[in-house]
Design a protein around this ligand. Structure first.
Ligand code: 8YV
Length: 326
């Protein structure tokens, strides 16, 4: 059987690339440069399977230029907001993603930010590294207690639930907003309270964690109007997608002291970060590291391989994304 021509847009872990070489006719990106739109279009005119990442913008303008040989976009990553899945569907191109395998690592990073901002972990580390530690004092470097506070999770899918499980162990009370409530047994296990109204939940929580995908329905879900509903003592954490929050409004409110702080792993215009955020003291900012463990990235690669192999064998790939799901 002829091996499919697979073009991978970024460097993947060695073990994943080795396996891909064995199974497919694969073109890898050895220098790991982010591909230009022209390079992406060229790849879509050549490959039978394209393996993109979050750094590739596969909008309708790009996808309509794909050649008829392109049959599968096997995304390396769970989020597919950088791919116009509907245009792909119209052109008979299947899209798959890699759900599940990065859940725990992303939830760990979320929990790390939930702790880091109120407890001033990065602030404190910087004092030490800058040689500014002059000795302990009872009123110095005070942060805010986590235990007993209310956490509001937006998006109670796999990652949201994994965050809730961790947060519960830290003594946080779990509140959540989701399109639908999770099953009763899950609510009971997590001691979680469902809020159909996001507005009502926001007014009552101390920390908000964004864990929903970015879709047309969630773009700027935390708008300026909604951010104003939060208490001025509240913290905002986002490990999902920057676009879910109006980043300008958030930066303005943090600067004005209308919110206590933010822990952000994702940004609206990555890799650009709002310069206002970079000047703030009450933020911890990370460069999209939620799933950045070797284990996650290898497992993501394996999922990509299974999706391609299943397609190549003439079956329906397991992680097919259909526009109705978004
Ligand atoms: C990945 C992510 O780093 O899977 C996702 O949706 O945001 C990250 O975990 C990235 O998407 C890889 O393409």
């Amino acid at each position: 059987m002829k091996k499919p021509l697979v073009i991978v847009t970024r460097k993947l872990p060695d073990i994943v690339e080795t396996r891909m070489r064995e199974l497919f006719d694969v073109r890898l990106n050895d220098d790991d440069h982010a591909m230009s739109q022209a390079e992406l279009v060229e790849a879509m005119k050549t490959a039978e399977v394209l393996v993109p990442t979050v750094t590739d913008r596969l909008d309708s303008r790009a996808i309509v230029q794909a050649g008829p040989q392109l049959k599968l976009i096997a995304n390396f990553g769970a989020g597919v907001d950088h791919i116009d899945v509907e245009t792909a569907r119209q052109r008979g191109i299947a899209v798959t993603n890699t759900p599940g395998v990065l859940t725990e690592d992303t939830a760990d990073m979320t929990m790390a930010l939930i702790l880091a901002v109120p407890r001033r972990i990065v602030d404190g580390a910087a004092v030490l590294m800058n040689g500014e530690f002059k000795g302990w004092s009872p009123t110095w470097m005070l942060g805010k207690r986590i235990w007993g506070k209310r956490l509001g999770i937006i998006g109670m899918g796999r990652i949201g639930q994994a965050v809730a499980r961790r947060a519960k162990a830290f003594g946080l009370q779990i509140h959540y907003h989701n399109r639908k409530p999770v099953p009763k047994a899950t609510e009971t296990e997590l001691g979680a309270t469902y809020w159909e109204s996001l507005d009502q939940m926001l007014a009552r929580v101390d920390i908000v964690s964004v864990n929903c995908p970015h879709t047309p329905a969630t773009y700027h879900l935390l708008s300026a109007r909604r951010l104003k509903m939060l208490k001025p003592t509240a913290y905002v954490v986002n490990t999902a997608r920057g676009e879910v929050i109006d980043e300008n409004a958030l930066a303005r409110m943090l600067e004005a002291g209308e919110l206590a702080g933010a822990g952000l792993d994702v940004f609206e215009h990555e890799p650009a970060v709002n310069p206002k955020l970079l000047k703030l003291k009450n933020v911890v900012l990370l460069p999209h590291m939620g799933s950045a463990t070797l284990e996650s990235r290898v497992d993501m690669g394996e999922k990509v391989i299974v999706n391609i192999k299943t397609y190549a064998d003439g079956h329906r790939p397991p992680d097919r994304v259909i526009p109705a799901m978004l």
